[in-house]
Design a protein around this ligand. Structure first.
Ligand SMILES: Cc1cc2nc3c(=O)[nH]c(=O)nc-3n(C[C@H](O)[C@H](O)[C@H](O)COP(=O)(O)OP(=O)(O)OC[C@H]3O[C@@H](n4cnc5c(N)ncnc54)[C@H](O)[C@@H]3O)c2cc1C
Length: 432
């Protein structure tokens, strides 16, 4: 049996791992990037070393001779989903959710209003990233909209001292830009209250540990009855403790992170350096309602961290409402021998480990539904790609890139420096 997996992020690699090690199935894992690991490389924050090192564990999957990495191949452009259906016994879609969401408010299309998806891509060195480096010297105040862990990551990267960022694998041109940054204040803005935020406590707490940075929380935003607000959720209880502690702190640093809870963005005028927000409150039934008061938050740059969403692939069913591939027990609805796992199945939620459970369930379903193999040999699809001039980067190619990034980093006293240019990555990957 031969299976194609589309997307070499955690869910794709966990799916390949289970297919090969548990069922001894041959797997080709395709990714449109010349490197594997998806958001472990291009999402997880560069200063979260231990989480990023999950990469090394994921890489072990490709050491299994049954698993091939086929990097730099975009499904839907270089080869169609239908062609894969013809050459493999089954196709597993694990291509994630990479698009951003919009607020739908006036002024949002200004160049200094940036989606967190794009900003994260920039500082992690994604080959398709827009370069935001030249914006940073013009923004002393940045508003980060959203009350989740991605907003926390973005805030940390914007305000952390260079002495700490320099130790990470952030690409050199991004580090140089961060060194020129004028950012002094980051305003974390959310329409709901501290007890509704989806931060995890570990990530939240880190904000209070950044040297030279105050964290400001208005005590009036904290719920009057802590016990009641935290009753159903331990994370909420711990988060409230952290924020309550911050609300009592005195301010003395040059830089700050200020939380603006119960503030729904209603417009932005970034030429004037202003984000306008409607003050919200909870009514007696706990429903969020507007107070009618609008206030302005100084910000020359806005980063919208309000979620990721998936996109459709030609020839594969897609639910436009929920932005996922529709499935029942991981089997794609309306497409034979096709399965789905990870963010493109569940939507953008869950940590890396969540995808393992999901991928394993998906593969068990695939194997239990499969009949006799009809797959063609691996050479046929390889030849199709070669005929189309696609330069496939394999796992040996990733190892060359890995070695080069480590060399580059060590020459600068760091463990690794991410190479961000696609052509460079391909050339190193191909051993040119
Ligand atoms: C900013 C950010 C920070 C995060 N931080 C953490 C953290 O600290 N800890 C944690 O546990 N989790 C974290 N997560 C969550 C974690 O990254 C996800 O749960 C996980 O990466 C989802 O895995 P996936 O395989 O479904 O998707 P992805 O990781 O997105 O992988 C999808 C892959 O598919 C490829 N692809 C897309 N389209 C195509 C195509 N047409 N053809 C071929 N390949 C394609 C992409 O290039 C990508 O490599 C974070 C997420 C984000 C966004």
């Amino acid at each position: 049996m031969r299976v194609a997996v589309i997307g070499a992020g955690p869910s794709g690699i966990y799916a390949a791992e289970h297919l090969a090690s548990e069922y001894h199935v041959e797997v080709d894992v395709y990714d449109y990037l010349p490197v594997p690991f998806g958001l472990v490389r291009y999402g997880v924050a560069p200063d979260h070393y231990s989480i990023r090192s999950v990469r090394d564990k994921l890489a072990e999957t490709f050491e299994n001779p049954l698993v091939r990495f086929r990097g730099n191949v975009k499904i839907g452009r270089d080869v169609s989903a239908q062609e894969l259906q013809e050459h493999y016994d089954a196709v597993v879609y694990t291509y994630g959710a990479s698009l951003d969401r919009e607020l739908g408010i006036p002024g949002e299309d200004h160049r200094m209003s940036i989606a967190a998806t794009a900003f994260v891509r920039w500082y992690t060195g994604h080959p398709d990233a827009i370069d935001f480096g030249e914006y940073l010297p013009y923004a002393s105040d940045v508003a980060v909209i959203g009350l989740g862990n991605v907003a926390v990551d973005v805030t940390r990267i914007l305000i952390k001292p260079m002495s700490e960022l320099e130790l990470t694998d952030i690409p050199q041109h991004v580090l140089d830009a961060l060194a020129r940054s004028a950012v002094r204040r980051v305003h974390v803005v959310g329409r709901r209250g501290p007890e509704h935020a989806t931060f995890t406590t570990k990530e939240l707490k880190e904000l209070g540990e950044i040297p030279g940075v105050d964290v400001i929380v208005d005590p009036k935003d904290l719920p009057s009855d802590f016990a009641q607000a935290a009753a159903s959720n331990k994370v909420v209880a711990r988060n409230l403790e952290v924020m309550s502690d911050w609300s009592k702190r005195e301010e003395h640093a040059d830089k700050s992170i200020q939380f603006h809870f119960y503030c729904a963005p209603v417009g932005m005028d970034l030429e004037r350096g202003v984000l306008s927000v409607m003050k919200m409150k909870l009514d007696e039934n706990g429903k969020l309602i507007s107070t009618g008061d609008v206030k302005d938050i100084e910000s020359q740059m806005v980063i919208r961290s309000i979620g990721y969403r998936g996109e459709g692939l030609p020839g594969v069913p897609f639910d436009q409402e929920s932005n996922v591939i529709p499935s029942v027990d991981s089997a794609v609805v309306g497409l034979e021998n096709s399965y789905v796992a990870g963010w493109i199945k569940r939507g953008p939620s869950g940590i890396i480990g969540t995808n393992k459970k999901d991928a394993v369930a998906c593969i068990n379903q695939l194997v239990s539904s499969s009949s006799e193999s009809k797959a063609t040999s691996a050479e046929i699809i390889d030849q199709v790609l070669a005929d189309r001039g696609v330069n496939v980067v394999d796992f040996a190619g990733w190892k060359r890139i890995d070695a080069r990034e480590k060399e580059l980093g060590q020459s600068r006293g760091r463990e690794r420096t991410t190479i961000h240019n696609r052509e460079n990555l391909i050339q190193i990957g191909l051993g040119i």
